[in-house]
Design a protein around this ligand. Structure first.
Ligand SMILES: Cc1cc2nc3c(=O)[nH]c(=O)nc-3n(C[C@H](O)[C@H](O)[C@H](O)COP(=O)(O)OP(=O)(O)OC[C@H]3O[C@@H](n4cnc5c(N)ncnc54)[C@H](O)[C@@H]3O)c2cc1C
Length: 396
């Protein structure tokens, strides 16, 4: 695998870098790249404006085919775009669920009418989406979904509760996995519905996180309605659509992610130098190890992405997820060790976290969302090592 840019990719990199230099200015530059995980409320209105700037230049959905309004950018170019995005400290994206998850799902499974209705507003940075999968009794065990939908004339009526729904308080639409065949069991009888959020039957209750922000929410559907045609894929076949969406969750965005990890690590090394922690041999070892592991992560991700024009598939996706989530959590712990007791004090009132405090606290969730570490280990154990499958529940 040759990791250098090919000539056409070099030109693409130059274009992206120049565009970022011209546009990450003024109030966008003032955000300093903030607005990421654990920091979602920061500068939200400005970040919404930024979505319009990206959209106007055709930088949303660059990996989508030209036929569907994207640029048909290669994996290498998507990686370059993400790298340059992070390098330029462009604003944290207001929401990537439409672009990264729902859009590709509709391209793969949607009807032409659904594609015409839902793709353009995503590319225009105009409609925000949230993901209605998890429920109080259906997290790791997603097939246990109990939220139900019944047809009433030309509309589905949705009743049930979702939880941990990121961005539901800002979203215009939710893609909801629900049970449309009464009495069906596990992954059978589920459907993938698109439900508008702004209606009386939808109530969103924010959940306050350790970071004191409320990225995610409980969402109660109580007779919420959506048009009969707003089912992606066949009625009763929502499980395969839902899994396809999950596969899109892991892809080229990961490399941009890693560049921001690298920036965090670089800053942490600076802090260690400044406060003298760098002369502590244990801290030095932990920093060196962190650096080496980040390099491993980068090359492994590149290796997984190279040669594919599709999302990273399991089991590679599970290995990468397990590795990056654990790495970042350990970085947060290392940051606290380097900062010493000062890491336990916040500067602002009542709870203004600095970058490393945010990383330390938010990264606790990274080994949970997108499939917990234990679930990734189960996948690796069963699919890579060929260990006996874990016993499935037999009570029903
Ligand atoms: C920051 C954040 C954002 C999220 N955003 C969304 C979102 O937008 N939309 C959405 O639908 N969901 C979202 N989630 C939910 C996330 O997908 C679930 O939290 C995750 O799937 C785990 O489910 P759970 O919380 O119900 O835990 P459970 O599934 O109840 O698991 C509890 C514990 O048991 C372990 N465990 C469970 N099953 C097994 C097993 N078979 N073997 C070994 N150990 C097991 C788990 O690893 C975990 O430690 C988000 C979560 C977080 C933290």
């Amino acid at each position: 695998m040759d990791l250098r840019d090919r000539p056409e990719d070099e030109a693409f990199r130059t274009d992206v870098r120049a565009w970022m230099a011209d546009h990450v200015v003024g109030e966008f530059a003032a955000l300093g790249g903030r607005g990421g995980s654990g920091d979602e409320t920061f500068g939200f209105e400005v970040r919404l404006e930024w979505e319009q700037v990206l959209a106007a230049a055709g930088w949303i959905g660059i990996g989508w085919s030209v036929e569907h309004g994207g640029r048909g950018a290669s994996i290498a170019q998507q990686v370059i775009f993400n790298e340059e995005y992070v390098r330029a400290k462009a604003p944290g994206r207001a929401s990537i669920l439409g672009e990264g998850l729902l859009g590709p799902t509709i391209i793969q499974f949607g009807t032409p009418e659904q594609q015409a209705r839902f793709l353009p507003p995503i590319l225009a940075g105009g409609e925000l989406w949230c993901q209605g999968y998890s429920e109080p009794n259906a997290g790791s065990d997603l097939a246990n979904v109990a939220t139900k939908a019944e047809l009433d004339g030309d509309e589905w009526v949705v009743t049930g509760q979702k939880v941990w729904t990121s961005g539901a308080h800002q979203a215009d639409w939710c893609f909801v996995v629900c049970r449309t065949e009464p009495g069906s069991f596990r992954h059978k009888g589920l459907s993938y519905l698109l439900v508008p959020m702004d209606q009386p039957g939808v109530e969103v209750r924010p959940i306050t996180q350790l970071t004191r922000t409320s990225e995610f929410n409980e969402v109660f559907f109580d007779g919420a309605r959506t048009a009969r045609d707003n089912v992606v894929g066949d009625v009763g076949d929502g499980w395969s659509v839902a899994l396809a969406t999950l596969a899109f969750e892991r892809g080229v965005g990961l490399l941009g992610h890693q560049l921001s990890f690298r920036r965090e690590l670089d800053r942490l090394v600076e802090v260690a130098r400044e406060n003298g922690a760098s002369s502590n041999p244990v801290i030095r070892q932990r920093l060196a190890r962190s650096y080496a592991e980040l390099e491993i992560l980068r090359y492994n991700t590149l290796r997984s992405l190279s040669g594919f024009d599709a999302p990273v598939a399991p089991p590679e996706a599970s290995i990468i997820k397990l590795f990056w989530a654990t790495w970042h959590q350990q970085l947060g712990e290392l940051a606290m060790a380097i900062r010493g007791v000062s890491s336990t004090v916040t500067e602002g009132f009542p709870y203004e976290l600095d970058e490393f405090q945010r990383t330390f606290l938010f990264s606790r969730s990274e080994t949970i969302y997108g499939g917990s570490n234990e679930i990734q280990k189960n996948i690796i154990g069963e699919r890579v090592l060929g260990l006996p499958p874990e016993p499935k529940g037999t009570s029903r």
